[in-house]
Structures are given as C-alpha cells and as structure tokens.
Design a protein around this ligand. Structure first.
Ligand code: SPD
Length: 357
C-alpha cells in the first residue's frame, strides 16, 4: 500500500512539474530552448542574410520580432512574459529603460569588435559609459520630396510642408516625438520643449497641416514615396536614402530651423535569458564587414568607423546622411522628458491623429 502511495505521489509530482514547465514556456513567448536568441528590432532594420549568417556561424537559432515605435517596444518589454535577449531602442528610450531597471549591463570584455566604433558615438549623455547600450545606427529627421511634384517649393523650411500647393500630398511617419517635434521646430521651439503653451501652439499648428496630410504611415512610407504617391514626407534619414535608391528623382533635406539627431543602440533587456548569445550577437554586428553590409542594406548611417571605410564613397561622403559640423550644430537629440511628459507627447500626437478623422 505504502509503495502505491509513493508511486502516486511521484506521478503527481512529475505531472505537476511538467504542467508547470509547459505553462512557463508558453508564458515566456519567444523562448524555445537554450540555444535561441530572441531579437526585438524595428521593422526593416537588419539585412536578413546577416541573421542567417549569425545562425550558421554560432549554431544559435534566432527568433525575430519587430516593433514600430520606441513606445510600443517599451510597453512590451515592461509587460514581461517575452524573453527578449536583444533590442534596439533610441537614446531617450534607453535613458528611460535604464531608469526603470529594464536593461542589463553589457560586458565590454566580450566585445573585441567594439574598437571599430567611432569614439564620437561612445559616452553620449543617455549612457555615458555605454554600460547598457552599444551603437547600431544613427541619423536625422527631415523631409524627402519629389521636385517634380512640389510646384515652386524649394524645401528649406519645415513650413514648406504647410504650403497649400501640397494639399493631400504629404505623408508623415508615425512617431509621436517626430511629429510633435516637427510642430515645435516649425515654430522655432526646441523639440524637447515641455512648456504647455508651446506644446498647445504646436498642436494648433499641426492641425493646420491636416489638409496636406495624405496619411500617417509606417515602413510602407518608403514604397509609397518611391512610387510617387505623394510629393513630400516627414521621414528618418535612412528611409530617405532607401527611397532615393529606388527613385533617383527625389531629394532629402534637414530643415533650416533644425531637427532631430537620433541614435539607435543595441541593448540587452532585463528579460534576457541568453546573455552569452546576446553578447555574441552584438560583437557579430560590430564586425566591419557585417556592419557595412547591414548599412548598405538598410540605408542608415553607421557609427562603425571600420565599416564606413568599406562603404562606397558616394554613400559615406554624402552629407545629407553623414552631415557636416554646421548641419549637426543645428540638430538636437531627444531627451528623456520623464514618464509624464512622454505620455503627454503621446496624447498630443493621438489628438492630432484624431483631428484628422
Ligand atoms: N525602419 C525603421 C527604422 C528605425 C529607425 N529608428 C529611428 C528612431 C528615431 N528616434
């Protein structure tokens, strides 16, 4: 009898253990074994061939998911339940994630290729010792336009987008900081402004842009602009380069009032399970040949000096995408404005979007 009871307890413990394990793995979406690496990246932000190469060189299987804004990415990582090993937030999001304990420290000893990064991209204010983040791509925000479709506009100022010749002919990228920032910059204010009167003024100004806005779109903005579906668009610089590779008639400018200089860095979120694999991936992406291939594929500007040397001079010497000091001095980096103000920017952006409907 005793033996039957023991058997019964053993079977019960094993079954309970299995149920617990399956439940845990289900909750941990993205986790399917030790030798996997779950990457959470912006859409269209890596050459897929490089993922295959990383897998075959390391034997690590990559699980890949994408996001379309820093805000969506931070919400998902905060929710937990997904074991992301790698993500690629922008500077103000890195600062926020650091403050909220959402990032793990990175061991520089495991990154021999870190030496390839231009020192100008290291030690920036949002992560002074690069304890939590390693440079991936950087760029600006500006206007891509089709000279054949913009009447007599020459495009120097943000205010050109408000011109009545552009009725229903402008796309905007779907980003709260970018759109509110454009509104603020067009009025001569900082894109980190937190003065409520200025923010309301910017919202009012943006509402006047509504008749010109054909759509607010995600990554499809590249295909739409290359196919000449609108005359002008608010875009990130790398997307402009990709559009211009597809359609050579288009041009990109950073408006005279100033704009945003941004940095997207690789991080290891606190949800990570494969910390060793995450370091292997970061070091792989820092390899000059890999970084050059990636920059060629996605169109964004690389902070990797050794990779830059491998790029076509036509690309690395293009001041629209590798701006000179004069232009850079007119640019501002987004600050982490704190959770309340960042939510307020999101609310204002939603209000602008609602106004369009
Ligand atoms: N295809 C998406 C590319 C993402 C670029 N990130 C820009 C972030 C600016 N804050």
């Amino acid at each position: 009898m005793k033996q039957i009871t023991r058997m019964f307890i053993l079977v019960f413990v094993v079954c309970f253990g299995l149920i617990y394990l399956v439940d845990y793995m289900n909750k941990s979406e993205g986790y399917s074994g030790d030798n996997t690496l779950t990457i959470y990246n912006w859409g269209d932000y890596i050459d897929p061939e490089l993922i295959k190469r990383f897998e075959s060189e390391t034997g690590i299987k990559v699980i890949y998911q994408t996001f379309d804004s820093n805000e969506a990415m931070m919400t998902k990582i905060k929710q937990g339940g997904t074991t992301f090993d790698i993500s690629i937030p922008s500077e103000y999001a890195i600062d926020k994630m650091k403050a909220e304990g959402l990032l793990l420290p990175i061991d520089h000893n495991k990154l021999p290729n870190l030496k390839n990064i231009d020192p100008n991209f290291l030690g920036l204010a949002f992560d002074p010792d690069n304890k939590y983040s390693i440079p991936y791509f950087w760029g600006t925000v500006g206007i891509v336009y089709n000279p054949d479709l913009v009447g007599d506009l020459t495009f120097e100022s943000w205010n050109d987008l408000w011109d009545e010749q552009l009725k229903n002919n402008v796309f905007l990228l779907d980003g709260a900081r970018e759109v509110i920032g454009m509104g603020l910059n067009s009025l001569g204010y900082s894109l980190n402004d937190t003065n409520e009167e200025h923010l309301q003024e910017a919202l009012k100004k943006l509402s006047l842009l509504t008749p010109n806005v054909k759509a607010i779109v995600g990554d499809e903005i590249k295909m739409l602009m290359a196919n000449e579906e609108a005359a002008a668009a608010l875009v990130w610089s790398g997307d402009a380069r990709e559009i211009m590779d597809e359609n050579e008639d288009l041009d990109y400018i950073v408006p005279s009032e100033g704009s945003n200089l941004w940095f997207d860095n690789i991080v290891i979120p606190s949800t990570a399970r494969n910390i060793e694999g995450a370091h292997q991936f970061i070091n792989f992406m820092l390899d000059p040949e890999v970084a050059a291939q990636n920059a060629d594929y996605v169109g964004y500007s690389t902070p990797n000096d050794a990779a830059l040397e491998l790029l076509d001079e036509e690309v690395s010497g293009d001041e629209r995408f590798y701006p000179d000091e004069e232009l850079t001095s007119r640019l501002e980096v987004y600050k982490n404005l704190g959770p309340r103000m960042l939510s307020h920017y999101n609310e204002l952006f939603l209000e602008f979007k609602m106004h369009r409907k």
